[in-house]
Write a new protein. Structure first.
Length: 316
C-alpha cells in the first residue's frame, strides 16, 4: 500500500464528507493505493456516524472511536499503530490542510529519501493573538531546545516513512514535537515544505490556553528525556553532589569559625544561631532528595510497563 492518511478529529461532522471526496479525488488522480484512518477522539456530534457512512461507501476508509476525548497525541498513536502504508500522511479534519499537497509530500519521502517531511504554513489565516503568536513562540523555543530547524512544528500536515511512526511514542501534547521525537529516535533526515493553509470553513478552533501551557511543559519534558531519559541519575546525581558540596563547605565554615573563637577565648554563639547552619542543613537535605529522585528514576526506567493510555470503543 502506498499511503496511509491518519486524520484525528473532534466534532468535525460538517467537514468529513467534503474532506473524504477531496482525498479520493487526489488518490484517484495519482493512482495511489491508500487507506484513510479517521480517529474520532470522543466527538459529541455526528462525526462517528459520518465515518461509518463513509466506510460503507469506500472500503479504503477505516475508523477508530475513543470512549472519550483523550487528546490529539493519543489519537495519532492509535492511528500510527493501525497504519499499513509505506508513507504515512497526517492531516487535520477541519479542511485547513489541503489534500492536494499529498503527492509532493509523498515524493519527498519516497524519491528524495526524507524520513519525515513537515508542512510549513507560511501564510496563516488564524487569529494573530490566539494562534499565530503562540505558534511563533513555540517554534522558536522548539528550534533552540531541540536543534531541529523547522519553521512550523505545529502544522498537522506531515509525511513519514512507515518505520518512523512505528518507532516514536507520542503522548501528552507531544504531537507538535514529533519531528523532535523522530530525531531522538535516530531519524535525522527531516525536511520541510511550504503548504497552503486555508481558513476554517466549519466549526470552531479547539485551541485554548491549556494547550499553550501544556505545549511548553511537553517541550521541557522532551528536552529532559532526550538528554537524561536513559540516565536520570546523571542529572539528579550531579545536582545532589553540588548541593552536598555547598552544605559541606557551609558546615566546614561554621566549624572553623567555632574552633577559631574557642582557641582565642572569644565569646561564641550557639551553632543553631548561625544562619550558615541552616544553609548547610537545607542543602544537605536537598542533596539527599535529589539523589533519591535519581535512584527512583533509574528504578522506574528499568521496571516500567507500557500502560494503556486510551480506550477504544469501536473500530471499522
Amino acid at each position: 500500500m502506498n499511503i496511509s492518511i491518519v486524520i484525528p478529529l473532534l466534532n468535525e461532522e460538517e467537514s468529513l464528507q467534503e474532506l473524504h471526496q477531496w482525498i479520493v479525488n487526489v488518490m484517484t488522480a495519482n493512482s495511489y493505493s491508500y487507506e484513510v484512518i479517521f480517529i474520532d477522539d470522543g466527538s459529541t456530534d455526528g462525526s462517528w456516524n459520518s465515518i461509518q457512512q463513509l466506510a460503507e461507501q469506500n472500503p479504503n476508509i477505516k475508523g477508530i472511536r475513543f470512549l472519550r476525548n483523550y487528546g490529539k497525541s493519543q489519537a495519532l498513536h492509535a492511528g500510527f499503530a493501525k497504519a499499513q502504508g509505506d508513507v504515512i500522511i497526517t492531516m487535520d479534519a477541519d479542511l485547513q490542510d489541503s489534500p492536494d499537497e499529498i503527492p509532493e509530500l509523498y515524493n519527498m519521502v519516497t524519491a528524495q529519501g526524507y524520513d519525515l517531511v513537515s508542512g510549513w504554513k507560511k501564510k496563516r489565516y488564524d487569529s494573530v493573538i490566539a494562534k499565530n503568536l503562540p505558534s511563533k513562540l513555540f517554534n522558536w523555543a522548539a528550534r533552540k531546545t531541540s536543534g531541529v530547524k523547522l519553521n512550523d512544528f505545529n502544522c498537522g500536515l506531515k509525511a513519514y516513512k512507515n518505520v518512523v511512526v512505528k518507532n516514536v511514542e507520542v503522548s501528552g501534547e507531544m504531537h507538535r514535537y514529533i519531528p523532535v521525537l523522530a530525531k531522538n529516535a535516530g531519524f535525522g533526515n527531516i525536511g520541510e515544505k511550504v503548504v497552503i493553509h486555508q481558513a476554517r470553513k466549519y466549526g470552531t478552533s479547539k485551541f485554548g490556553m491549556s494547550r499553550f501551557i501544556n505545549g511548553f511543559l511537553d517541550l521541557i519534558t522532551i528536552w529532559f528525556l532526550s538528554r537524561f531519559g536513559k540516565r536520570p541519575m546523571h542529572l539528579f546525581g550531579a545536582m545532589g553532589v553540588l548541593m552536598f558540596i555547598i552544605g559541606f563547605l557551609s558546615a566546614l565554615y561554621i566549624g572553623i569559625i567555632k574552633l577559631y573563637k574557642l582557641y582565642n577565648n572569644e565569646p561564641t554563639i550557639l551553632v543553631t544561631s548561625n544562619p550558615w547552619f541552616y544553609i548547610a542543613l537545607a542543602t544537605m537535605v536537598i542533596g539527599t532528595q535529589l539523589f533519591l529522585a535519581g535512584f527512583l528514576g533509574e528504578i522506574i526506567l528499568r521496571t516500567k510497563n507500557n500502560e494503556e493510555r486510551y480506550k477504544i470503543s469501536e473500530v471499522l
